[in-house]
Design a binder for this molecule. Structure first.
Ligand code: IVH
Length: 683
């Protein structure tokens, strides 16, 4: 082979290898290599493509986020219209749906298939000869927006189908959704940044898909599940189930659960099972979709103007409760944003007692006409923090009181301001104790500098006592000063001082995260640390250098620049540096003792959140997956573990308790202070 032919072969092999790992990671949830090795492969491919531009390809895994921002989206006509489903909330109507079908096709024998109804944004992908050519929203059902460059950034969506002989045309339809945990984080970041939070994951998802800059979209936690087809050429499926399994084979994600049954009665039972699993899905599920499994019957059953007669959606009632709004309190966040919080008469909702609900900002209170003393309906969807849906108008007595946002910070009394383009009010005082406390708590938290012994009440005391005004001052604390604090003995004082000292060794990415730069979460901090290696290089970075980084996007880029331009921030960095905090990227701190093992975490744990447990597993080279399969090495079962535990037991997966997991992770310091990570500062 010539050199050129060899390079081409190498590039092709790498692309196929990376696609294969993508598939194992996203579709089968059983990765074979570490993230690090995956990134290395991608880097090698990227280097080869840069030196050999003649072999560029839009379907290369390096080309997910590419191209300049768009001015607008083009309209595309759907080859097969995108219909919707008829909806019902009543099981009687489902029985009628069944009767209607049996009247239309009295001779036929068939099954029903039940799948979750995903509350996201409908999408149609078109693959020609196995390559993704476009992604179009439903629009009016006939014509939609071409959002291909945004959809390409979703890593679980293959740019190339994994099949040696793909069909000439495969149009698949499904739902793009925002991961629930990712949605909560995104809203927290938006609130910190003074931006309007999204009302729910679906709005956040729709908003993300409408953004014109794919680099921004790439930072949003989007994912997709496919459940139907559009135009097909060179392939056909006789049942819905076979279609789903083929999509999975092509490398497209399908629903994690479905049920096949011959009678509608069985389906009615399983709708209840599905509803009980509601909080286990990473997406919001608003119902179940019941479809005739045998596709050969679709023509005979036909269509109404809007929807097929062979399918119906059964919607679940949202989980709601009525209670009284006693008061509206104000929280001051790390970036000084004032957030109103509803203080409620405690009420049971979806298995938990709810005492507080988010109100986001004043606009929302006005929009919903919420007054103190109102009877209100609260709702919880998935695992999202409860929100007030509406006021029960007819229960008003006239004694309710209008709420207005304070004109001064409730913590330090300084003025509050509304910045241009922001909806939120902010305390203007950089040294406001609330901001300082939140900042220090964040700096000391598990995901950041992980200072054991520095809990909520201690941070309060340190700040209120004037001992610490910023995170750098922690490092000059003297034991004698600490001993003067409430409930502080010799031993705890020693532990605290040692904990602070120890934290100087934390890797650079933890330090960056600890600085509390707006929009810079753990992921972005790691990327910045890997990219720039030292704080000086990061400080010197200009906007184009930041924007050029994969997964960093212009908003993060801009806030990073703004942060390092601030005198106060620079002073703290200098102080931290002088005390010996690590401002350089050394080799990653993780080990590989869990390499090759896949964990599934379910139920709630006592000493840490599932996210934290996942981080600890990943740091040690293990993988964390959302669903149980034969490839699962261990299922970690916390309190009230549900169907995942049953499934794992059924297929003989080893079950670990929280204690066993902790033992497996090793007995390092991080478990000693179990409460340190659980501070009430809202991080
Ligand atoms: S089948 C011909 N299956 O719900 C109809 N739709 O309210 C094909 N949806 O337009 C749709 N989960 O956007 C189908 N498992 C599922 C679904 C699902 C969510 C959405 C879809 C549809 C809407 C109807």
């Amino acid at each position: 082979m010539t050199d050129k032919a060899e390079t081409k072969q190498q590039i092709d092999d790498l692309r196929a290898e990376i696609e294969q790992h993508n598939r194992r990671y996203y579709i089968e949830a059983s990765p074979e290599i570490t993230d690090r090795k995956y990134d290395e492969l991608l880097q090698i491919l990227d280097d080869l493509e840069t030196t050999h531009p003649e072999f560029a390809s839009s379907t290369s895994p390096t080309q997910r986020v590419g191209g300049a921002p768009l001015d607008r989206f083009n309209s595309v006509q759907h080859t097969v219209p995108m219909m919707s489903l008829s909806n019902t909330y009543s099981k009687e109507e489902l029985a009628e749906f069944d009767l209607r079908i049996r009247k239309l096709i009295p001779e036929a024998t068939f099954d029903y298939i039940l799948e979750p109804k995903i509350d996201g944004v409908a999408i149609s992908l078109r693959y020609e000869n196995g390559e993704l050519v476009n992604a179009v929203t439903r629009g009016d059902g006939t014509t939609g927006d071409d959002v291909t460059s945004n959809v390409r950034t979703i890593k679980s969506i293959p740019l190339k189908l994994s099949d040696m002989m793909p069909p000439a045309v495969l149009e698949v339809r499904g739902e793009i959704y925002m991961d629930i945990a990712g949605f909560s984080k995104l809203n927290e970041q938006r609130q910190d940044a003074g931006l309007e939070p999204f009302a729910n994951p679906r709005n956040a998802c729709a908003g993300s898909l409408k953004m014109l800059d794919p680099r921004e979209v790439a930072t949003r936690p989007l994912d997709a599940i496919f459940y139907a087809t559009g135009a097909l050429d060179g392939v056909s499926f006789d049942t819905h189930e076979k279609m789903l399994l083929s999509l999975k084979n092509y490398g497209l994600r399908i629903t994690p659960n479905y049920w096949l049954n011959s009678t509608i009665e069985e389906i009615l039972d399983q709708l209840d099972t599905l509803e009980s699993m509601r909080s286990e899905f990473p997406f919001e599920m608003d119902g179940g979709v019941i479809k005739v499994n045998n596709r050969s019957l679709y023509e005979d059953l036909g269509y109404t103007a809007k929807s097929p007669r062979w399918a119906v959606a059964y919607k679940y009632e949202p989980e709601q409760a009525e209670t009284t709004l006693h008061a509206i309190s104000i929280q001051v966040g790390r970036t000084g944003v004032l957030t109103p919080v509803a203080e409620l008469e405690p009420v049971q909702l979806a298995g938990t007692t709810v005492k507080r609900a988010t109100l986001h900002n004043e606009d929302e209170i006005r929009r919903k006409d919420i007054k103190i003393g109102d009877r209100v309906i609260i709702e919880k969807a998935g695992e999202i923090i409860p929100a007030i849906v509406k006021v029960v108008d007819k229960k008003r007595t006239g004694a309710e009181i209008n709420f207005t946002m304070p004109t001064a910070c409730p913590v330090c009394g300084s003025d509050v301001e509304k910045r241009e383009e922001e909806v939120a009010l902010r305390c203007i005082n950089f040294q406001c104790p609330a901001q300082v406390k939140n900042w220090i708590a964040h700096f000391a938290s598990r995901g950041a500098m992980d200072i054991s012994g520095l809990g909520e009440s201690l941070v309060e005391q340190l700040v209120d006592g004037g001992l610490v005004k910023n995170p750098a001052e922690l490092y000059t604390l003297q034991k004698i000063e600490v001993l003067g604090l409430e409930r502080m003995g010799e031993k705890s004082a020693d532990n605290l001082i040692t904990g602070i000292e120890e934290s100087k060794k934390r890797p650079f990415d933890k330090v960056i995260f600890g600085l509390g730069i707006r929009h810079v979460g753990k992921g972005a901090a790691t990327i910045l640390a890997n990219e720039f290696k030292t704080i000086d290089a990061l400080i010197a970075a200009d906007i184009s250098a930041l924007e050029a980084i994969h997964d960093i996007g212009p908003i993060v880029g801009k806030t990073v620049i703004e942060y390092f331009l601030s005198q106060e921030a620079r002073a703290v960095i200098d102080q931290l540096r002088a005390t010996g905090v690590n401002f350089e990227q050394t080799e990653t701190s993780g080990s590989n003792e869990l390499e090759g093992l896949t964990f599934v975490l379910t139920g709630s744990m006592e000493t840490m959140t599932r996210d934290e447990a996942g981080d600890k597993i990943k740091v040690r080279g293990g993988k964390v997956s959302g669903s149980v399969s034969k490839k699962t090495s261990y299922l970690v079962a916390g309190e009230s573990a549900g169907s995942k535990l049953t499934k794992a037991e059924n297929i003989g997966i080893t079950i670990l308790s929280e204690e066993q997991l902790i033992a497996l992770l090793g007995s390092d310091d991080e478990f000693k202070d179990k409460k340190a990570g659980q501070m009430g500062f809202g991080f």
